[in-house]
Design a protein around this ligand. Structure first.
Ligand SMILES: [Zn+2]
Length: 474
């Protein structure tokens, strides 16, 4: 038998095996079992989320020889014929290539005749937003009051382009994008059934690249099996997709966590040596920071358990505010990439900015969660106080020193009273807190603006360039 691509071979044939669209399945199952059937359904959703699949299952449910049922038998001649795409009463029309009023008229002419073999004539019109205005008008009357034996299923990736007159005549279902966890689980089941050896990490890359489309993920999986000569390995999949391996990004995070600027620059060099795209690296880094923030604040949102476990140490090391700031630095760094002297410089500068703004100590320094939220002003303060920390290091100290609490740090400066860093910040204080003598002395020495918010214009401009994180929250 000829090879059949995975997306077709593994197309779900019943509502139970359909992945990820439980809300639609529940509504349709209920309607089928109680006999309350609408005559026109509209399925919306991006490519490869199951529009055609649901439509075929629905056609079987309506025409199965065991009767109208939510669980078609998949064995009778009607079910088999619909699966094999040769059932005379199930018509799939692609509106992208049959978009004119004549095509629609021909379809509607046929609709008045009784079904040849089945109980219902089911018309599935895909990409319905491509129809011309005249074609839409031609179908309105029939769509409102079709003959008893006709059911319409219309599907689109772009519901905005469908006239309201059509929308109001249909029962609308929005199909959801597949979460990566669902895709990974489905691909795992499928590869086990196909007896193809695989590495779980590879499937995560595929799920990410498919961006919510199950069909895309299956096509990529086909490609990966061919690429890997019968097995699916993480490294091979990364090469195939041309993605930056997450390992580099984790190396960046590790360096930030350890306060190790040498390791940070080594990560840049490693990526440059492999000519990886810095732009997509920044994109992935932003996505990674987002997921770490999710682990911290909304752990249930992350369905992939192994990923959650991998991100857990970072969610403990970085506090919520730093993650917000880091996210902004990274997306702005991506914006600025074309302006940089060259991509490497732009990328490396963005990482250095992350380093300069990182918190000195891992546990929340009067963190936003501990203080119960507080005012916007109060939130801004810890950032300003934390960014002061890197300025206090001498260059040869940076690499080796562990992220010790500020109070026990060996710096001579920190022996001076540091109300900015350690004391709880009163909510009403303005950007210019009563600066400690140590802060003043550093400020006058630096010349290019104080990073503690003592009012020097240089610092304000710097913060604005980072994305107004501090100034917007005020
Ligand atoms: Zn059947």
């Amino acid at each position: 038998m000829a090879y059949q691509v995975l997306a077709r071979k593994w197309r779900p044939r019943s509502f139970e095996t359909l992945v990820g669209q439980e809300h639609v399945v529940r509504a349709l199952t209920h309607a089928l079992s109680t006999g309350r059937l609408h005559h026109a359904y509209l399925f919306t959703g991006t490519r490869g989320v199951g529009k055609t699949t649901i439509s075929r299952i629905l056609a079987k449910a309506l025409n199965c020889e065991t009767g109208v049922t939510a669980t078609p038998c998949n064995q009778c001649s009607a079910c088999l014929a619909i699966d094999a795409d040769r059932f005379p009463d199930y018509v799939e029309m692609d509106a992208a290539s049959n978009r004119g009023v004549d095509d629609m008229a021909a379809l509607l002419d046929q609709a008045v005749y009784a079904p040849v073999q089945g109980r219902y004539k089911v018309y599935m019109i895909d990409e319905v937003h491509m129809l011309t205005g005249h074609a839409f008008n031609a179908m309105l009357k029939t769509l409102e009051e079709p003959p008893e034996h006709v059911k319409f299923i219309i599907a689109t990736t772009d519901p905005q382009k469908i006239p309201v007159t059509v929308l109001s005549r249909c029962l609308q279902f929005n199909l959801k994008q597949m979460p990566p966890g669902h895709i990974v689980a489905h691909l795992t089941r499928l590869l086990e059934a196909e007896a193809v050896p695989f590495e779980p990490g590879a499937l995560r890359h595929i799920a990410k690249a498919a961006s919510g489309s199950m069909r895309d993920s299956l096509s990529l999986l086909d490609q990966a099996i061919a690429h890997g000569a019968g097995k699916v390995e993480e490294q091979a999949v990364q090469d195939m997709l041309g993605t930056v391996g997450d390992d580099h990004l984790y190396a960046v995070l590790d360096a930030l966590r350890a306060g190790d600027v040498t390791a940070l620059m080594a990560a840049v060099e490693g990526m440059e040596a492999r000519s990886l795209s810095f732009e997509s690296a920044l994109q992935s880094l932003a996505a990674l920071l987002h997921r770490i923030a999710l682990v911290q604040l909304a752990p249930t949102a992350l369905t992939d358990e192994s990923e959650a476990a991998r991100l857990a140490p970072y969610s403990e090391a970085f506090d919520p505010e730093f993650l917000q700031l880091a996210y902004q630095i990274v997306i702005h760094g991506r914006d600025e990439l074309p302006l940089a002297p060259d991509e490497t410089t732009g990328f490396s500068m963005t990482l250095l900015r992350l380093f300069a703004f990182r918190p000195e100590q891992p546990a929340g320094l009067g963190g936003v969660l501990a203080s119960g939220g507080g005012e916007g002003l109060a939130r801004a303060m810890p950032v300003a106080s934390r960014v002061a920390a890197p300025a206090m290091r001498t260059p040869n100290q940076t690499a080796a020193r562990p992220p010790a609490p500020a109070a026990s740090a060996p710096d001579p400066i920190s022996a001076a009273p540091r109300p900015v860093a350690s004391a709880p910040v009163p909510a009403k204080i303005d950007v210019s807190p009563p600066a400690a003598p140590a802060v003043f002395s550093r400020c006058s020495g630096a010349g290019q603006g104080c990073r503690t918010g003592c009012g020097n214009a240089g610092f304000r401009q710097q913060r604005a360039a980072v994305g107004g994180f501090a100034s917007r929250s005020r």
